[in-house]
Design a protein around this ligand. Sequence first.
Ligand code: 5GP
Length: 173
Amino acid sequence: MDSINPFISGEQIAVRLQEMGKRITADYQGRDLLIVGVLKGTFMVMADLARQIKLPTQFDYMAVSSYGAATKTSGVVRVLKDLEQEIAGRHVLICEDIVDSGLTLNYLMKSLRVRGPASLEIAALLFKEGIQRVPVDVKYVGFRIGPEFVVGYGLDYDGKYRNLPYVGILSQS
Ligand code: 5GP
């Protein structure tokens, strides 16, 4: 049976996303922003972060393969859905739920950079400290966490728990 231990509360997340939104608003003053969400996990972070960003903002989405039913990264990144919009000359902010090995974002950064955006940065709610297998520069980080497998606030295990309004640590017996 799965059990979930509350780890980061909905209130803590709300406060942090507000701070991140303020910083992003200040950093991009006078510019239009294109927020790119990496599906599926980012839907909740993206909706809540975007409401804290006071700028003319557009949205697009990419979908990439992640873990499936397992809790260890495969190292294989597969694009399931590409962007619908051109990003050349635009200020692009990738919005992610969590950075683990960094393989997904490293791949995405490389493939988006060649399309010539004016700028390309990353915002992620969670960053697993010190376990990246490739370098990834995340400008806006919500919380730095350990290697534990977390669920909730958009993050799933086997397709479940995405709708939890907090982040919890999954343990299985
Ligand atoms: P990375 O490529 O950085 O290893 O992992 C990126 C993706 O793996 C995330 O977008 C997420 O879908 C999945 N992932 C990594 N760590 C976790 C975790 O602790 N919990 C869940 N639910 N997904 C994770």
